[in-house]
Design a protein around this ligand. Structure first.
Ligand code: SIN
Length: 303
């Protein structure tokens, strides 16, 4: 029988499949489609200290094998996430979740992480230092190793839960950012966030997205994500959640061979809202095809 479970920090996941933050709401919305308890975990919508309306429209542009988004961290703010969203999720999902945190200063990241730390359903705090769609904060922390270290240190001091830092691929050397986070006590890394991109509308001859640029994700970025996971796996000794372009069980296996302990599935949820369930159900047959009995035994196996 195929063994799908993996150990991620201090959690044991039934399988490594996790919907990525920003593509799965607060999770309970998808419970109308299927029993979401099949999921390994859920990374819920990125949360900030204050509520945010997000960026002006249009903020989505379709591309071949992907899309560009410039959502701008729209969310109801940490108070409402704790009082309304997570309780709704708890009614339909019984496993530990991943709380995704954004901010505009190390203190703000720490504040939101500390608030989320108090919720018993939160198993991991994922710190987004890689959003390309806000003027300050976000990617500004993820492209500079000193800033990445400052945020990691502040969040680590604010929570006892495992802290995973979510990295951007929009850097020359992702391994130096990864090492800086590990040195400040990060318990793991999530990678990759989106690639900075843009589209131009031929009729208006202007950028499609109101904010001009946005984050490119979807199937097209899988090779970039694999390369980053490969490089970071060789550079650090903490677990990696691999993401970027995953749409099939074969992609999951490839990402784990590159070094991921678990994976997140993002843009594909917007094409097929049951993709996470479909992949979990298809994994045993795909594992058998490639002679794999225990998924955790293949982590980093391509190195
Ligand atoms: C957004 O809200 O703009 C996307 C979040 C991200 O890319 O980190």
């Amino acid at each position: 029988m195929a063994e799908l479970s993996v150990k991620l920090a201090n959690l044991t996941l039934d399988n490594p499949i996790i919907p990525a933050s920003g593509t799965f709401g607060f999770g309970y919305e998808f419970a109308e489609l299927y029993d979401i308890n099949i999921l390994g975990s859920i990374s819920v919508k990125g949360t900030t200290k204050e509520p945010r309306l997000g960026n002006p429209l249009p903020r989505i542009a379709e591309c071949t094998d992907g899309l560009i988004n410039s959502v701008g961290l729209q969310n109801p703010g940490v108070d409402k996430v704790l009082s309304e969203e997570l309780p709704k999720l708890r009614q339909v999902y019984s496993k530990p979740i991943i709380a995704n945190v954004s901010g505009f200063s190390p203190e703000e990241y720490a504040y939101t992480a500390e608030r989320l730390d108090s919720d018993s359903s939160v198993g991991i705090i994922e710190v987004n230092i890689s959003c390309p769609n806000v003027r300050c904060g976000g990617i500004a922390f993820g492209t500079d190793k000193q800033n990445a270290a400052l945020v990691t240190k502040a969040v680590k001091a604010a929570t006892k839960k495992p802290v995973f830092i979510k990295l951007t691929p929009n850097v020359t050397d992702i391994t130096e950012i990864a090492r800086a986070c590990e040195a400040e006590g990060a318990d793991g890394l999530s990678l990759i966030n989106t690639l900075l991109g843009m589209r131009i509308d031929l009729k208006t001859k202007k950028p499609v997205i109101a904010n001009k640029m946005g984050g490119f994700s979807g199937r097209a970025i899988l090779p970039v994500a694999l390369r980053c996971v490969w490089q970071v796996y060789e550079a650090v000794n903490i677990p990696i959640i691999g993401m970027g372009g995953i749409s099939t069980p074969e992609n999951v296996i490839e990402m784990m061979l590159a070094g991921a302990t678990a994976v997140q599935i993002g843009a594909e949820n917007l094409i097929n809202p049951t993709v996470c369930r479909d992949i979990i159900q298809a994994l045993p047959a795909t594992m058998e095809k490639y002679g794999i009995t225990d998924l955790s035994s293949i982590i980093g196996g391509a190195h």
